[in-house]
Design a protein around this ligand. Structure first.
Ligand code: BYC
Ligand code: FE
Ligand code: FE
Length: 473
């Protein structure tokens, strides 16, 4: 079951050839996907040979095969993790019942919405990143960008498979819409805020993959608990791909920090702009931006949508089965931060309604762990600086802090003060222009790196750092 059939037009491990109607439907979506990739995917790359990994089995070990591929020929397909025998729904009103292989009629629209939102983010990120190849800091980084891009494309396939297989005509229409909405499009934007922001430079890309792909990890983990087994299995396999995206982001920023620290040390100065590397206060502003925009992706802190999805057994908590409670949450409370008479206070709300906030908090712990690893680089160089995460109410557009202004350290301020001071906390036009000025011509000589980023300690798949990760026709 778990080996992937690559002899088919659409590689898969779901015996697609046994369901001719579904196979035909997906095969008719496939050329639309490829047109989208050529039009909205990585710009000007159709003839590049890229050293990419492809899934060979959906087991947790050794699933990858590495080789040069032209990206339009990448074998996007449908890979579900091995089914768990006799799996039971682990939470909500149906706790203890057998998981569903088909969509329960009464939950159809809720489930379709979750799958559509998840699916929409995947091609959105590819669109956001499509110009980055033109300014790549090395072949190693270029290859990592493309690896992330093809896998986000595959994540779209994962959701489109569910839509086609389980939602009939509505699902097929949703699948078409996935290719019709575009990041930042005035008429047909992507569904969630962060996916309509531009990713114009590699610092933004690394921050995005570190922070926003990590929202992907947490949302996928919550959906991997789903009582709708095909969704759970799809998400479990997607999570194995996600780990690399997080690595790309974390190590990318770490190498930027490393390079800045080297310059600061060598030249005994904090004024590093003259040396063409990224100043620490600018890194902090980019971190503040990506963190706050991604905070919004969890939705409102108190949400009946979240309560319903949980009750219905469609979307669980992070590592649901490791949590010691009744997994129904009918009568429990959970503390959620509120602004009460000008003070931030933790207020108990029904646990069922606080699930967005709870997942967000799990994510914050994980983000903070990564930031703490970055801070070790400053220590190593003896530089007295730490990156910190801004207050949870800082720069919010969704939820109950969206109508107040709050500093990164958590002081509530007036709109006037915000307007006067937000340049201290968020990337300014000058910051963006400076970062853009560093993003020069692409660095395409094997083993060479742009001045603003340190080389990685090792290459991909045991290849040397100076390996030709991308070859140009
Ligand atoms: N922007 O009751 P609420 C990834 C809407 S990332 C715009 O709190 P809910 C990836 C909301 O839709 C993971 N609108 O909503 C990463 C609702 O609208 P309606 C993506 C927003 O449903 C990097 C209203 O506000 N996956 O995979 O509890 C690269 C009320 O809100 C936003 C998922 O998110 C926003 N930020 O929570 C590639 C999982 N936030 O219905 C890929 C699936 C909220 O009143 N989605 N709204 O019109 C969900 O679980 C939920 O839909 C959300 C929202 C957590 C997103
Ligand atoms: Fe993804
Ligand atoms: Fe990702």
């Amino acid at each position: 079951m778990n080996s992937i059939d690559y002899s088919q037009k659409i590689p898969n491990n779901v015996n697609l050839s046994e369901d001719r109607r579904l196979q035909r439907a997906l095969e008719s979506w496939q050329p639309h996907y490829l047109d989208w990739w050529k039009e909205m995917g990585p710009e000007g790359t159709t003839t590049h040979d890229v050293y990419l990994r492809t899934a060979i089995s959906a087991d947790s070990q050794g699933w990858a095969h590495f080789d040069y591929v032209k990206m339009p020929d990448y074998r996007w397909g449908i890979f579900l993790a091995t089914p768990e025998q006799d799996r039971k729904i682990a939470f909500g009103a149906h706790k203890g019942e057998a998981v569903w292989q088909d969509v329960p009629g009464e939950y159809r629209s809720t489930l379709r919405r979750l799958i559509t939102i998840q699916g929409d983010t995947e091609p959105a990120s590819v669109e956001q990143q499509r110009h980055l190849g033109a300014t790549c800091p090395s072949l190693y980084d270029l290859r990592n960008l493309f690896q992330v891009n093809v896998e986000e494309g595959r994540h779209l396939w994962a959701m489109v498979y569910l839509l086609h297989a389980h939602f009939g005509r509505d699902g097929r229409e949703e699948a078409e819409e996935m290719l019709a909405r575009h990041s930042g499009d005035a008429d047909k934007p992507r569904l969630l805020g962060a996916f309509n922001e531009e990713t114009t430079d590699w610092l933004s890309f690394f921050m995005f993959t570190f922070i926003t792909d990590r929202d992907g990890k947490y949302q996928l983990a919550a959906l991997a608990e789903s009582g709708f087994d095909p969704l759970a299995r799809t998400c479990r396999f997607m999570l194995t791909e996600e780990a690399h995206h997080l690595f790309v982001g974390e190590s990318g920023v770490a190498r930027i920090i490393e390079r800045t620290c080297q310059i600061m040390k060598e030249n005994k100065t904090e004024d590093v702009k003259t040396f063409g590397v990224i100043p620490l206060d600018m890194l902090q502003r980019y971190l503040n931006f990506h963190f706050s925009v991604t905070n919004d992706l969890y939705g409102a802190e108190v949400s009946t949508n979240a309560a319903n999805s949980y009750n219905m057994g469609l979307k669980g908590r992070f590592e649901e089965s490791k949590i010691a409670d009744d997994h129904q949450l009918d009568s429990t409370a959970y503390p959620v931060m509120h602004l009460v008479n000008g003070q931030f206070k933790m207020v108990d709300v029904p646990a069922l309604n606080s699930l967005n906030e709870r997942l967000r908090q799990d994510w914050v712990v994980d983000v903070q762990a990564g930031v703490s690893r970055w801070n070790r680089v400053f220590k190593k160089y003896g530089i007295d600086f730490e990156l910190t995460l801004p207050h949870n109410a800082f720069h919010r557009a969704i939820g109950h802090f969206s109508d107040i202004q709050v500093t990164p350290s958590g002081d509530v301020i007036s709109n006037d003060e915000w307007n006067r001071r937000c340049h201290e906390w968020l990337p300014t036009i000058e910051d963006r222009a400076y970062i853009q000025s560093l993003m020069g011509a692409p660095v395409t000589e094997p083993g060479k790196f742009a001045n603003w980023i340190a080389p990685p300690p090792r290459g991909i798949n045991n290849q040397p750092v100076d390996f030709a990760y991308v070859r140009f026709a």
